[in-house]
Each structure stands twice: as C-alpha cells, then as structure tokens.
Write a protein that binds this ligand. Structure first.
Ligand SMILES: Cc1ncc(C[n+]2csc(CCOP(=O)(O)OP(=O)(O)O)c2C)c(N)n1
Ligand SMILES: [Mg+2]
Length: 447
C-alpha cells in the first residue's frame, strides 16, 4: 500500500484539492491512477457500490421558502415578487377549487361525462406557470388547467371544452373533458395515453431550437405525474433532451399517487429527481405546496434551460387531495384521515394567503368579495354552456390528421352518412341524439 508521504509534490498538491482527501495512512487518492481513455471516471482501487446522487447516501433536499404557516424561513432564497404578481398568483390558485368543485358536481349530475380536479396542486401548477414566458410551449398531462387560466383562458373556454359544445374551438367536442388545447395560449392538446407528451416536448424544444426567431427565447415545458414517469416515454424524452440537446423543462408533479398506486410503489429510488443527473440534466426538488419556492425554482430552471439550451428537471412534491377523477373513489385505497390531515398541513392556498396577509397585500374582505365574484362568473359561464348545442356532426372527422385527409377518415364519414340516411329520421334514439348537434347531422346526408 502506498502512503501519501511517498508521493511526488505535484500529485500531493492535486490530492489536496480532492474533495475526499485521504488521511496520511489511508489509500492512494483516486486521481493518481488516471482514467480510462473513453471516460473521465477516476480509477479507484475501492470496491464500492453507490445508490444515491447525494453524498453519504442522503436524499435529495426539498427547496422551500415559506413554512407551513406562510412565514419566510430563515435564509430562504426568495423569488423577486411584488404585490401585483403575488395577488395575481393567489387569485389564480383560488379560482381552481371553485371551478373544480362546480364541474365535479356537474359531472355527478350527468351533464358532463368526466372531470379531474387539481385539489392540492394549485401551487405547483400556478407557481410554475407564473415563472414561464407566455409563449413557452406547454405540453400538459391533464391536471394543469391552472396554467391555461394563468395565460388568460376564460371560464367560457373551460366550459365549452368540458361540455364539448359548438364553442369548443380547440377540439370541437372530440376530446374528453379537461383535455384542453389552445393554439392562442401555446398549450398543446392533452392526450390521454400517459407520458406521450414527454418525448413530444423534447421534439417541440428541438423545433424551437431550429427556429431562429425562437431559439434562445423559448422553451418547451412538459408537466407529468410521478406515475407517468414510470413509462418508457419519460426516459425517451429525458434522453432526447439531454443528447440532442434541447431546451426542455420537465416538471414532475409528484402528488403521491397514480390513481390507486402510491408513489412508494412507483419507484424504489429517490423519487423522480434522482433520475435527472443520470441523464446529465440539471435538477431540483421543490416543495410543490409552496408557491414561492415553485416560482423561484421554475424561473431559475427556465433560465438554465434557455441559456444552456439543455433539459432541466423540477420535481414538485405535493399531494393529490381530490380523488383521481370522477371515475375514482380514493377512500378505497387511502384513509380518509390522511386526506383530511393533508388538506390542513402545508395547504398551498392557506399558506400563501397567510404570506400575503403578513405583507398587507390581502385581507378577509378581499377574500370574500373575490371568491363571490369568481363564483358568479363561473356560474354564468356554466349556465350559458350547458344549453349550447354541440358542433356540427361532420366536425367529428375534421382536424384528426394534418394535411390531406386520409382514406380511412373518408370511409368512416361515408359509412356514417349511409347509416344516417337509413336510421337518422326513423329510429328514435338517433333522432333524439341528432337534435343535440348543430344542423342535426344534415350536412352529412350528402357525404
Ligand atoms: C399509457 C396509459 N396507461 C394507463 C393509463 C390510465 N391512467 C390514467 S391517469 C393514470 C395515473 C397517472 O398518475 P400520475 O402520472 O402520477 O398523475 P396524477 O393522476 O397523479 O396527476 C393512469 C394509470 C393511461 N391513461 N395511459
Ligand atoms: Mg401522481
């Protein structure tokens, strides 16, 4: 065994810079063995496995600004924020449960087919949306309506999409509720198959990089759940953004569940964040229920993403307070008390409200009048949209593919036309159903 005292001066000087400097009696510093020609990995005589990206096997820390009672924790790196921005962020967060509660009940009344709430994740979605440029391309999973609202999506647009009626300009009734899309707000249409948006985002970022007008100015932002991160598409997207490389901002909403599967069964490692460095991607884990921490982390993540033109991963730790969707009863797989506790502890809205109040930027009166105003406006939109007809039936076949219409779409339209001619005016269930469409399907009779 070599001893440090026997090494040449240059090696000793080098060794002194080594983070884990060996003591005089320990083994040779790693550098002195050099490295293999294809890698920078220092040769070591130590047989040692590792299973952590942090030193000493610790878990990746969670960045936080506000404590559970809305006080700034000592030494916290605060994002720059003024009263106007803070109020706007808070108001966006407050809107979400009001819309969610209404539409959840509307689904229960059978007026829409499906709904998903963002209960518990208001800060993760709003804080991140507020950190982006308005024309960064967003590819969402489905629980991120708050990002659209942040950009100006109206209650009318929310209702039109959920009812799938004639004012649903983006998807014309072809999508399930909450599968929003908006060209105007740079929000790519949601698709149900999990994680497909992740490699697509790396592709969108590649397109941004190739466009001289947007290179260095915009990034592609992809939201996904920790459950979706178990799909192969997550890894494909991360590898793509890392190797090409492209300005792709990955935002993982780790809300503890993928329907009934708890996060603890989705991975054995240190969450989603631990995977970032594996792909050479800058990574941070943030308290997703602390809107200021999310704002700061995503702002800085976006800056790195754009300046370096590389992928960045933000893992926002939160908790899905609501059921997975209207098709789920979460009390079948988690205790009611756990949910009640999590509603109170670190509640993202209450916490930020306390912060605002401590700054003199919000008070009980404003709270009451703002909520009343949102409720009124959302009810007005709901009442108008529940009675609007659906788009023309022919829209079922439009905008499915780009470019020239393929043969299979033509064939399906002709088949429906034939069936309408045969049954449309004679069979009662079809007669009733057709009345719900603008034009009652007549435009297809000649197809
Ligand atoms: C490829 C695929 N598999 C399964 C599903 C059914 N599914 C819809 S949502 C969901 C859970 C996703 O959980 P997560 O990604 O953590 O998002 P969260 O719902 O918690 O926001 C599953 C399994 C699907 N839509 N697509
Ligand atoms: Mg989840």
């Amino acid at each position: 065994m070599f001893r440090i005292s026997r090494l040449p001066t240059a090696v000793l000087a080098n060794a002194s810079k080594c983070r884990r400097l060996a003591t005089a009696s320990s083994q040779l510093p790693e550098q002195s063995h050099g490295h293999l020609p294809t890698s920078q990995s220092p040769i070591t005589p130590k047989l040692q496995f590792f299973n952590s990206v942090m030193e000493d096997g610790k878990q990746i820390p969670t960045y936080r600004v506000l404590d559970g009672t809305g006080k700034v924790i000592e030494g916290a790196q605060m994002p720059e924020i003024d009263e106007e921005l803070a109020r706007r962020i808070y108001q966006n967060m407050v809107k979400l449960p009001i819309i969610d509660t209404l539409l959840y009940n509307v689904q229960r009344q059978g007026k829409i087919s499906f709904y998903m709430t963002a209960h518990g994740e208001e800060a993760a979605v709003t804080g991140s949306a507020a950190a982006l440029a308005g024309d960064d391309e967003i590819l969402g999973q489905y629980r991120e309506m708050g990002a659209l609202l942040w950009r100006g999506f109206s209650y009318d647009e929310v209702m039109a999409q959920c009812f799938g009626n004639c004012e649903d300009n983006s998807t014309k009734g072809k999508q399930m509720p909450v599968h929003f899309g908006s060209r105007k707000y740079h929000y790519h249409t949601i698709s149900s198959p999990l994680a497909t948006q992740i490699p697509q985002a790396a592709g969108v970022a590649f397109a941004l990089k190739r466009d001289p007008a947007r290179r260095g100015r915009n990034c592609a932002v992809v939201y996904f759940g920790e459950g979706a991160a178990s799909e192969g598409d997550f890894h494909a997207g991360m590898l793509l953004a890392s190797t090409i490389p492209t300005p792709t901002l990955f935002i993982a909403r780790n809300n503890g569940f993928a329907i009934s599967t708890p996060a603890s069964e989705q991975y054995h490692g240190d969450g989603i964040a631990a995977r970032g460095p594996g792909y050479g991607i800058h990574t941070i884990r943030v308290d997703g229920n602390d809107v200021l921490a999310v704002l700061a982390a995503v702002r800085e993540g976006r800056r790195l993403c754009i300046e370096e033109g590389r992928g960045v991963l933000v893992e926002a730790m939160t908790y899905r307070v609501g059921h997975h969707s209207t098709s789920d009863d979460s009390f079948a797989y988690r205790p009611r008390q756990e949910v009640e506790d999590r509603k109170r502890i670190d509640n993202p809205i209450a916490r930020f409200r306390l912060f605002l109040e401590s700054q003199g930027w919000w008070n009980a009166e404003q709270e009451e009048s703002y909520k009343a105003e949102v409720k009124k406006e959302i009810m007005q939109a709901f009442k108008r949209h529940e009675n609007l007809p659906r788009a023309e039936l022919k829209e079922m076949f439009t905008d499915v593919y780009g470019g020239e219409e393929p043969w299979n779409i033509k064939e399906q339209r002709e088949e429906l036309s034939g069936l309408l001619k045969k049954y449309g005016s004679t069979w009662e269930p079809w007669k009733t159903e057709l009345k719900k469409y603008r034009g009652e399907g007549k435009e297809l009779l000649g197809a």
